[in-house]
Write a protein that binds this ligand. Structure first.
Ligand code: QV4
Ligand code: CA
Length: 531
């Protein structure tokens, strides 16, 4: 059965000459390929997710820390108007229930958002917006003005006057399940046209709805954002979001080259075995590779007989999506608290020793665009293995407003903010990734167990000891002779090392001795840590 689109395609190809068609295909293909480009400023490679941070704090962090330390970009929490939930009290996930596209939220006002985007761009740090465009609030969201800009809405009537959306703009007549919710993830029609956990599902095939979504995203592009993390992408038809992405403006030439396309990375949880696969979306932009964190967690925890030396083929060799399509991370805001996918193998800041190794490995390895999680603590309360407090929002004042991020004299964060991105081992590995950018992985060594090492061209070298005994070996680093500071146990300050020193001989060999009892049983050196 030829679809409407298929008929158009036949007419289209008959009416155009070969070279004209070729030109258009290159343009279209080139267009979508460009959406795989994170548009990072030169020499910068990593994104940090400043989950639930206020705009004013992000702006300050860009200027005082992220810019100077070579971070490439920040993923921010959804900036548009969201529901305000009282039970449970102000959960983090209220921001995944839009009420409108007005730009006032738990993180601040439109003016504060604009100021933050400008200040971060001015120091070379891109802003990527978490775009929630599949749905509005939950069907049980009630009626009234319990919203972050005070807009009135009615969930039961599917009435959102501040957009405006009416009941005509939702999918209910298309969803065929009794509950109106997704009941079977092996039915692509349910996954796209029914409600995800009761969230009112937008009819994205409608020109009117597409227009509202594109206007929302274009306003942010014109303000200077570099792209989007597209929430719940699995729940939107590729053809619908393709149409919307094609309507997006080029990036603001105040900070980006003329013709630069917004970076698109789509949240599609695909651990295999479902009807919908990441392959449905990779032509539109990059996709979050959830297998990455799930597998890396098993490897560093040594579960399921996994061993670190098996990662010699890490990346596409582990049947992850191709490098050019992947955004990778050790944990994310969902699976660090048992939401979404990955299960108990996911390593988070709560397991800090393992976490530093896993994040270090991710940042040292060439695969994918890397995203570092930056979290807040909450008082977990496990009952029968489930955290009853997985809903808890960010550090807040008694009036429900989010606390500002305080920075301690030792550069760590206070008031419940974890700031993993400020942990020396992680900051220094972000810098390592920048220094070795573009260099191939070479000089792999392993002990057939959990001790491995590899280089990145002649620009960097890293050694891990995840066995229960000392690593004691001389390895070819591929680097020029000299004394290097280990950037895990310390760093180069002036012309001295605050941590371990590694002496590389003229032939590139160096001796490494790493006790399995070390707090951080790994060592990393790079061209810019040489004294
Ligand atoms: C409840 C019932 C429903 C009922 C509904 C009525 O479960 O059956 O119909 O009330 O309103 C919250 C509550 C959830 C509640 C829902 C709607 O937890 O119990 O439904 O609100 O009221 C986050 C949280 C969800 C949260 C949601 C909206 O994880 O718990 O739901 O925000 O506030 C799949 C998807 C993937 C998704 C992942 C979590 O394929 O895309 O699940 N991940 C993204 C985000 C995630 C977010 C959403 C999607 C939704 O990363 O943070 O869910 O925007 O794998
Ligand atoms: Ca949908």
């Amino acid at each position: 059965m030829r679809t409407r689109k298929g008929r158009e395609r036949v007419q289209f190809s008959l009416s155009l000459g070969k070279n004209m068609k070729f030109l258009i295909l290159v343009t279209l293909f080139g267009l979508s390929l460009a959406q795989h480009n994170p548009q990072l400023k030169s020499g910068r490679t990593a994104i940090v997710h400043l989950f639930e941070w206020r705009w004013a704090d992000i702006a300050a962090e860009c200027e005082r820390f992220l810019g100077p330390n070579g971070f490439g970009g920040v993923q921010i929490s959804p900036p548009n108007e969201h529901i305000i939930v009282s039970s449970p009290w102000r959960p983090w996930w209220q921001r995944y229930q839009p009420i409108s596209y007005n730009l006032c939220s738990r993180s601040g006002s439109e003016a504060e958002l604009r100021d933050m985007i400008t200040r971060c761009n001015n120091v070379g740090v891109n802003i990527y917006v978490d775009a929630v465009i599949n749905h509005m609030c939950g069907s049980g969201g009630g009626e009234g003005t319990h919203s972050s800009c005070g807009s009135w809405f009615s969930a039961s009537k599917k009435d959102f006057p501040s957009v405006p959306y009416s009941s005509l703009d939702f999918n209910d007549n298309k969803c065929k399940t009794g509950s109106g919710e997704i009941e079977n993830y092996n039915d692509p029609y349910q996954v796209r046209d029914c409600r995800l956990v009761g969230l009112l599902d937008l009819a994205l095939e409608k020109e009117y709805v597409r227009g509202k979504v594109a206007d929302f995203m274009n306003k942010l592009i014109d303000m200077g954002v570099a792209g989007f993390r597209v929430d719940a992408s699995k729940h939107m038809w590729p053809g619908d979001v393709d149409t919307i992405y094609r309507r997006l403006n080029n990036l603001n030439t105040k900070w980006f080259p003329s013709g630069a396309r917004p970076f698109i990375f789509q949240e599609v949880i695909d651990l295999g075995g479902e009807a919908i696969s990441y392959t449905d979306y990779v032509h539109l932009g990059r996709v979050t590779e959830f297998k990455y964190g799930a597998k890396l967690g098993k490897v560093f925890r040594k579960w399921d007989e996994e061993k670190l030396f098996y990662t010699r083929t890490w990346g596409e060799g582990w049947s992850f999506m191709s490098d050019g399509n992947a955004v990778v991370f050790v944990d994310n805001h969902d699976n660090q608290r048992g939401h979404g996918a990955g299960g108990s193998s996911i390593i988070t800041f709560w397991d800090s020793r393992l976490y530093k190794m896993a994040v270090g490995y991710m940042l040292a390895h060439p695969y994918g665009v890397t995203r570092v999680m930056s979290s807040y603590r909450w008082n977990r309360n496990f009952v029968n293995g489930k955290d009853q407090n997985d809903w808890m929002g960010p550090p807040s004042n008694t009036n429900g407003s989010t606390k500002s991020v305080s920075v301690n004299p030792d550069q760590t964060c206070g008031d419940g903010w974890v700031c993993e991105h400020r942990w020396r081992q992680i900051t220094n590995m972000v810098i390592f990734r920048n220094v070795v950018n573009g260099q191939p992985q070479i000089n792999w060594w392993d002990n057939q167990s959990n001790q491995v090492a590899f280089g990145r061209g002649d620009r960097g070298f890293i050694v891990f000891n995840n066995d229960d005994w000392t690593l004691n070996v001389t390895l070819n680093t591929g680097m020029s002779g000299g004394t290097y500071c280990d950037v895990i146990s310390g760093q180069k300050e002036g012309n001295t090392c605050t941590g371990k020193q590694i002496l590389v001989s003229h032939d590139g060999n160096a001796h490494f001795k790493i006790s399995n009892l070390d707090e951080d049983p790994f060592v990393a050196i790079h061209a810019e840590s040489k004294i």
